[in-house]
Design a protein around this ligand. Structure first.
Ligand code: WQD
Length: 331
C-alpha cells in the first residue's frame, strides 16, 4: 500500500500545532488518528479525527493503535517545550522528549510505519552567528529543551542508517496565530511566548507586558524573530508526508517566513488588531535571548514545495480574534 493511502498517527495532536496539522491533514483527505496524553492537550481541539488518550511510551498502545487504524505514517509533536523548566528539570525532558521518542519509533517500526515527520525547532541552532539561518548552520543548542530536539534529530538520522525509517525534522521558527475560522488556537494558560502574552495584556485589563530589553543592536532596539503562522506550519507537515511517500530522503528543514519582525513590530500589529495600544513596560533582557534569528526558507521550497503564505498581520489578527473569543467564553 502507498503510505499516502494509510492513516497518519499524530502524537500530540490535541496540542497547538498538532491540532492545526490534524485539520490540514483532514482537509487534504488524509485519515488521521491522534495519540495524546491530554497532559497539556485539549480534547476539544481534536476535530474530525479519533483521539486515543495515552502516552507515547506505551508501546503496546502505540502498536495496537497503528494496527487498528492502518497507520502508515507518523507526525510526532508530543514533547515538553518549556525552555526554563527544561533547565530546572532536565530528566523530565530526557525521559519524555528523547527516551519517549525512542519507545514510539520502536513501536511504529514494529508496526511497519517507516515515514516520520518530527517536530523540531530552530532552537537547535541556539544563537545563530549568521542570519538568515540555513539548514547547515551549526547545531549549538543553548537549553536542555533545544538539546532534546537536536538529540532526537540525530537519533532519527541513525534510525535511517539502521532501518527503513525515513524522516523529516521540521525546525519551527516562532509559531503563532490561530485558525482562520476561529475554531482552534493556542492555549495561553502556560505560555511564556510574546504573542499570547501581548494578547493577554491587551485583552485582560489586569496586567502589562514586559518587553525584555530595548537596547539590542537592532533598528528599534528590540529582538527580532521569524513569526510563522500555525496554518503555514501545518501545511509544512502535510507536504513533508507527501515528500516521504514519494521516497524522499531523511532531512531537516527550516520552517519560517524568512522575514524578521521585532517585538515592537508585534506590539504595533497587535494594537492595530485590537484598536488600542498594548500596555507594556521595559524590563531587563531575558537570559538566553538571541538578538535576532530568522530563517532562510529556500530549502523548504526546493525540497517540500512549501513556502509561507501568511505574514505578521494574519498571525496577529487571527491570534487576537481567537483569544478575544476565548475571553468572551470565560475560558
Ligand atoms: C520572542 C521575543 C523575547 C515574552 C520560541 C520558543 C522556542 C522556539 C522558537 C519552538 C524575544 C520577547 C517574550 C515576553 C518579551 N520554538 N518577549 N516579553 O524565545 O524566540 O522562542 O520560538 O521550539 O521553543 O520558545 O519566543 O515568544 O518567548 O520570545 O519581550 O513576555 O519576544 O525577549 O525577543 P522565543 P518568545
Amino acid at each position: 500500500m502507498n503510505s499516502l493511502d494509510g492513516t497518519v498517527l499524530v502524537t500530540g495532536g490535541a496540542g497547538y500545532i498538532g491540532s492545526h496539522t490534524v485539520r490540514s491533514l483532514r482537509e487534504a483527505g488524509r485519515d488521521v488518528v491522534v495519540l495524546d496524553s491530554l497532559e497539556f492537550g485539549r480534547r476539544e481541539a481534536v476535530i474530525d479525527a479519533p483521539l486515543v488518550v495515552g502516552d507515547i511510551r506505551d508501546q503496546d498502545l502505540v502498536t495496537a493503535t497503528c494496527n487498528e487504524h492502518g497507520v502508515t505514517q507518523l507526525v510526532h509533536f508530543a514533547a515538553y517545550k518549556a525552555v526554563g523548566e527544561s533547565m530546572e528539570q532536565p530528566a523530565r525532558y530526557w525521559r519524555n522528549n528523547v527516551a519517549g521518542t525512542v519507545d514510539l519509533v520502536e513501536a511504529c517500526l514494529a508496526s511497519g510505519v517507516n515515514d516520520i515527520v518530527f517536530s523540531s525547532s530552530c532552537s537547535v541552532n541556539g544563537t545563530p552567528a549568521v542570519n538568515p539561518v540555513t539548514e547547515d548552520a551549526p547545531i549549538q543548542p543553548e537549553s536542555v529543551y533545544a538539546e532534546s530536539k537536536a538529540m532526537v534529530e540525530r537519533i532519527l538520522y541513525w534510525y535511517g542508517q539502521t532501518s527503513d525509517l525515513r524522516s523529516v525534522s521540521l525546525r519551527y521558527f516562532n509559531a503563532a496565530g490561530a485558525s482562520f475560522d476561529g475554531r482552534i488556537g493556542e492555549d495561553w494558560t502556560h505560555s511564556q511566548n510574546l504573542i499570547p502574552l501581548a494578547m493577554k495584556a491587551v485583552l485582560l485589563k489586569d496586567r502589562r507586558l514586559s518587553v525584555f530589553g530595548d537596547d539590542y543592536d537592532t533598528p528599534d532596539g528590540t529582538c527580532i524573530r521569524d513569526y510563522i503562522h500555525v496554518a503555514d506550519l501545518a501545511d509544512a507537515h502535510v507536504k513533508s508526508l507527501d515528500y516521504l511517500a514519494a521516497g524522499g530522503a531523511t532531512t531537516a528543514v527550516n520552517v519560517g517566513t524568512g522575514i524578521g519582525s521585532s517585538v515592537y513590530d508585534v506590539l504595533e500589529a497587535t494594537a492595530a488588531a485590537a484598536g488600542e495600544p498594548v500596555p507594556y513596560d521595559i524590563a531587563p533582557r531575558r537570559a538566553g535571548d538571541p538578538v535576532a534569528t530568522f530563517a532562510e526558507p529556500s530549502y523548504a521550497q526546493r525540497t517540500l514545495g512549501w513556502s509561507a503564505q501568511y505574514g505578521l498581520t494574519e498571525i496577529v489578527d487571527t491570534a487576537y480574534a481567537w483569544h478575544k473569543s476565548q475571553v468572551e467564553l470565560g475560558r
